[in-house]
Design a protein around this ligand. Structure first.
Ligand SMILES: *[C@@H]1O[C@H](CO)[C@@H](O)[C@H](O)[C@H]1NC(C)=O
Ligand SMILES: *[C@@H]1O[C@H](CO)[C@@H](O)[C@H](O)[C@H]1NC(C)=O
Ligand SMILES: *[C@@H]1O[C@H](CO)[C@@H](O)[C@H](O)[C@H]1NC(C)=O
Ligand SMILES: [Zn+2]
Length: 271
């Protein structure tokens, strides 16, 4: 009951933080206000295309996310990502409306980047980390198995437009995750002031999935309205394991935020 009221209160503030549309923290404190009257809900994602003329793509798109992944699809041999400058990243820890999140302070000259190939032309592009957030349960299933949560690193181009999302499946295991251990206690979301400026080592999360050495990749979309396409997705094969206690503290401040899986169409998985 207590957690429920926290979640509802949090949700009402930051619901513009649709995945993976992510904003930079420009001021260091002020976050964007909620878009008045959000008209969609994760619980009704099968019908998004019908509720608003701007959401048509949610229904008609050919590369919608998330999708079910299988080992029979193989793993990607191309599109290898290279991460840089992830060891110390300044930003704000917060609740993005559905769970824990982090927004990078807007300073492209100091932020962490990823270099990857979106097309098949051998041309690499560099994108800048905008932030991360956690969905629960996971958006992507693997072999029909759905992890308890999914962590998204969202990268944009120099103008801020979303370009790529790196997905880490999160499940309880035997050891504590060093990445999650560096965060302030999730319980801090009980306070009204839920934004905490921190400097994070994002390298720890990358290490916990072996730097995306094995992954699925595909052409996809935002996983919430307006469902824009043109985003390259990466899903790590390795699971990022947390302790039971860490898992519970994440789930305690999270609320349902997974879109129903979409049918594979023109996603070009691992191509
Ligand atoms: C669709 O988007 C346009 C441009 O942002 C906006 O003016 C319009 O009100 C939106 N339509 C609906 C039904 O929300
Ligand atoms: C941005 O980061 C660079 C490199 O760390 C630093 O020299 C510069 O002062 C920062 N700019 C602002 C506005 O914080
Ligand atoms: C793109 O990056 C890959 C992986 O780092 C590298 O092997 C390749 O040579 C790069 N392509 C170009 C055109 O620089
Ligand atoms: Zn997301």
């Amino acid at each position: 009951m207590f957690f429920q009221s926290i979640i509802l209160f949090s949700s009402s503030l930051f619901t513009t933080w649709a995945c993976p549309e992510h904003s930079y923290d420009e001021s260091g404190s002020a976050l964007q206000k909620r878009a008045e009257g959000q008209d969609w809900a994760y619980e009704a994602s099968y019908n998004w295309g019908m509720i608003n003329e701007n959401y048509t793509l949610c229904q008609t798109g050919t590369m919608q996310s998330p999708i079910p992944l299988l080992f029979t699809q193989g793993l990607s041999l191309g599109h290898k990502p290279t991460f840089s400058n992830a060891a110390q990243v300044a930003g704000t820890f917060l609740n993005w409306g559905y769970g824990p999140g982090f927004t990078v302070a807007k300073n492209l000259s100091s932020t962490t980047t990823v270099t990857f190939e979106d097309g098949k032309d051998g041309v690499n592009e560099t994108a800048y980390l905008k932030g991360w957030h956690i969905h629960s349960p996971a958006d992507h299933s693997v072999q029909a198995d759905r992890s308890k949560a999914e962590l998204h690193f969202v990268y944009g181009d120099a103008s801020g437009a979303d370009r790529a999302v790196f997905a880490f499946r999160v499940d309880p295991g035997n050891t504590r995750s060093a990445f999650f251990d560096q965060l302030p206690a999730m319980i801090s979301f009980r306070e009204k002031k839920r934004q905490i400026p921190i400097s994070m080592d994002l390298e720890l999360a990358l290490e916990e999935v072996n730097h995306f050495s094995e992954f699925w990749t595909y052409r996809g979309s935002l996983t919430s309205p307006p469902c824009w396409e043109g985003i390259r997705w990466y899903v790590a094969r390795n699971i990022l394991f947390v302790s039971n206690e860490q898992m519970q503290s994440i789930l305690a401040v999270s609320t349902y935020s997974a879109r129903a899986e979409q049918e594979v169409w023109l996603h070009a998985i691992n191509v």
